[in-house]
Design a binder for this molecule. Sequence first.
Ligand code: HEC
Length: 212
Amino acid sequence: MSLKIVLPIGSLLLIVCLCAGPRPELLQASAQAAAKADAPSAPAYTQDGRLLYPARYREWVFLSSGVDMSYNPKAIASGQTVFDNVFVNPEAYAKFLQTGAWPDKTVLVLEARKGMEKGSINHLGHYQGTQVMGVEVHVKDEARFPAKWAFFDFDDQVSGSLFPKDASCYSCHADHAAVDTTFVQFYPTLLPIAQQKQTLSASYLKEEAAAQ
Ligand code: HEC
């Protein structure tokens, strides 16, 4: 079964990342990040409004890996397999299990990794390489953002820049995501909870009904 519906990590951004090759800054030992043991899982910002890198996201709750997902029905495979791994801070995950909704201070991380084919004993299929192609964050901070949620892009492991309100991230997530602008329809442990708690968005339910 091939899932070719929508593209994570912002279509453009992914292409830019791929063309530019792996970002060396992001390849730096994750041990370095893990060493920041006091890194908060709640969002924190620099004085000029950049989001601090969520250094321990690899220790958070894993939601899913999309492989070569694309929103464009006419998408042409680039030849380079890319995995996108989604993580959420544990406090928000626990709350979602109880309520089917994201609490304030939810931080969702999308990490793109290069798909590998040839290595060790592998003959068929893909596995994830050590190269991080990009990191993006979707954060819910009700007091800070008028629309409650905001998107950030990271070029290094220090701080990330805010995507402006008119970036395509916001409209695609608002129009197609299953729960509160997040793509819970692709997170297998969360979709049944949202169904049970009836927190699926009206736009998602409409799309699903139309697809029947
Ligand atoms: C055309 C639709 C579309 C656009 C545009 C888009 N995304 Fe997404 N996004 C998705 C889909 C689909 C997923 C689910 C990925 C998965 O299942 O692996 C996703 C997931 C995410 C996640 C994980 C958390 C969540 O909200 O589900 C982040 C972070 C994210 N996108 C950031 C961005 C950023 C930043 C941009 C803009 C540069 C962007 N996206 C643009 C479709 C889109």
